[in-house]
Design a protein around this ligand. Structure first.
Ligand code: 3PG
Length: 306
């Protein structure tokens, strides 16, 4: 009977945990949950005797992989897998998968929600601004960005996108105008929404050189990763561009410094909230459980990322 660990520092909604249990009960798998842990050594201990692992943003380091002597598969219940040491997983003969698309709607709704929240002055009772009629540029056109595009069009925004890995036809079919240069993203957008992964190419890539191109009063929307932002450039954008605004799912490290002078132009979630809905947890949790069963029973490697 294969054994699975569900290790979530940020636990799934109860409904999702119940559905994950039901998947493993039906497959006659053994499983255990390690939730809200604060000491990584608890994770290292718990992973020692399992063949499969489900995580969220939990870090799967070389140390975790060394401790996981029987591990065959890790499924990141979510999109981004920058929290998994892929090289080490491959060296340990461990398959890594994500569950693309399963939590996208939750993240897209957060992006739109944060845009409106800041445009309306965080609902402070004073006159704010509408997002209808404004230009939104999506940097990256994957699952989340496509949903943001649809929602934004419903509100009345003009939507543009840049993604060198996606055909312009896909954007055009969605009534989204394709852009061909990174600079054009920042020159065009009243709102620029980031939908890029965090990797060696993208880390700190959103810098002053790009932010300086934004039109007056533009808002940068980050539901991707805080690591893609160059924080010196972000601070300079607040200082040099009087109407610049920033909304982000997870604060930059220099939030206190920014808040000292520009608190009315920034909003950040206190904890990463993008995928924090019952629906997203259920979708990603069930997909993760099924992918583990599919791999261990039939060798199905769909969604393998290493
Ligand atoms: C993702 O990459 O899927 C999101 O960032 C969600 O992360 P979380 O599962 O830690 O909320």
């Amino acid at each position: 009977m294969p054994k699975v660990l569900i290790a979530t520092e940020k636990p799934f909604a109860a409904e999702a945990s119940a559905k994950i249990k039901a998947e493993f009960d039906a497959a006659k798998y053994d499983y255990k949950f390690l939730e809200s842990y604060t000491d990584p050594s608890d994770f290292h201990k718990a992973v020692a005797d399992v063949e499969a692992l489900i995580i969220r943003s939990d870090k799967v380091t070389e140390e975790v992989l060394n401790a996981a002597k029987k591990l065959k598969i890790v499924v990141r219940a979510g999109a981004g897998y920058d929290n998994v040491d892929l090289k080490s997983a491959t060296a340990h003969d461990v398959v890594v998968m994500n569950t693309p698309g399963q939590n996208s709607n939750a993240v897209a709704e957060l992006a739109i929600g944060m845009m409106i929240y800041l445009a309306r002055g965080k609902f402070n009772g004073k006159s704010g601004m509408e997002i209808a009629g404004k230009k939104l540029v999506l940097f990256g056109y994957g699952h989340i960005a496509r949903l943001v595009a649809r929602m934004a069009q419903g509100i009345g925004m003009a939507v543009y996108a840049y993604d060198p890995y996606i055909s312009a036809d896909i954007m055009t079919k969605d009534n989204v105008k394709p852009l061909t240069k990174v600079e054009d993203i920042f020159k065009t957008g009243d709102y620029v929404s980031l939908h890029i992964p965090s990797n060696s190419e993208t880390k700190k890539s959103i810098n002053w050189e790009l932010l300086s191109l934004l039109p007056e009063g533009a808002t940068l929307v980050n539901t991707a990763r805080k690591e893609v932002i160059d924080e010196d450039g972000l601070l300079k954008a607040f200082a040099d561009k009087k109407g610049f605004r920033y909304v982000s799912d997870v604060a930059p490290d220099n939030l206190d410094k920014i808040n000292e002078e520009y608190a009315d132009r920034i909003f950040c979630t206190p904890k990463k909230m993008g995928a924090q809905t019952a629906e997203a947890n259920v979708n990603a949790g069930i997909a993760a459980a099924r992918q583990i069963i599919g791999y261990l029973e039939k060798g199905d490697k769909t969604f393998k990322v290493n």
